[in-house]
Design a protein. Structure first.
Length: 71
């Protein structure tokens, strides 16, 4: 789990204040290589490297499951 705003800086431990990441993306990309990750209001994420020469954007969350058309 990664706190979008570092816990030491008052970041909340909540669904909106945290993102689940695998070990590589959390410890290597964010903490070792210094990438920044933000969660956008629509639930997507944006990440960039230290000098902002690379910016990555996620796709939106999957659609919610609903009743099937077959009924």
């Amino acid at each position: 789990m990664h706190h979008v705003k570092h816990k030491a800086d008052g970041g909340p431990t909540s669904l909106t204040g945290c993102v689940l990441l695998c070990h590589f993306h959390h410890h290597v990309m964010i903490h070792r290589r210094g990438w920044t990750l933000v969660v956008n209001p629509d639930g997507t994420t944006t990440a960039w490297n230290k000098d902002r020469t690379k910016v990555l954007r996620s796709h939106g969350p999957p659609a919610r499951a609903g009743p099937s058309a077959a009924g």
